[in-house]
Write a protein that binds this ligand. Structure first.
Ligand code: ZN
Length: 155
């Protein structure tokens, strides 16, 4: 099929047509890549940080070579730490506007992290809630589960 196509391109007029086609394809490719680029830049290249001095969250455009703590727009100091989203309320309902929580792990502290707003467990890449899903455990629930697990292990 490709050979057929090439054999038809013996006249300069056809070569011109092919060049036009290639230009069209290049234009389409460029169009698609810019569209995809726009779609990505709004989500993938931003990350939420929390100013550990005042607990305020801010959005930061991710750049190559970023390291934290980042300069906070609130305090002007290097107190911005990467944060995880918590979508839960204390009574186990889903919020549309998440609270931003810095993990103990990120701060170099040991032990699990609980959201200061709802008191529920927050983990790295904290899963977003889905309707009907179970909320993460509160500190009390988490400790009770740990204790129960311990009792099983002791047996
Ligand atoms: Zn929370």
């Amino acid at each position: 099929m490709w050979n057929d196509f090439l054999s038809k391109l013996k006249q300069p007029r056809d070569l011109g047509l092919m060049a036009l086609c290639l230009l069209g394809l290049a234009y389409l490719g460029w169009l698609v890549s810019t569209q995809l680029g726009n779609g990505v830049s709004d989500t993938a290249y931003y990350k939420m940080y929390v100013d550990t001095e005042n607990g305020k969250a801010f959005r930061h455009k991710v750049q190559v070579g970023d390291s934290w703590p980042l300069r906070s727009p609130y305090s002007g100091k290097d107190t911005g730490m990467p944060a995880e989203a918590c979508f839960w309320t204390a009574d186990g309902k889903i919020k549309s506007d998440p609270d931003w929580v810095v993990l103990n792990e990120t701060l170099g502290k040991s032990g699990p992290t609980f959201c200061p707003i709802c008191g529920r467990l927050v983990v790295g890449h904290n899963p977003a809630p889905h309707p009907g899903g179970k909320p993460p455990p509160t500190r009390a629930e988490y400790l009770a589960k740990q204790a129960a697990g311990q009792r099983v292990a002791d047996r």
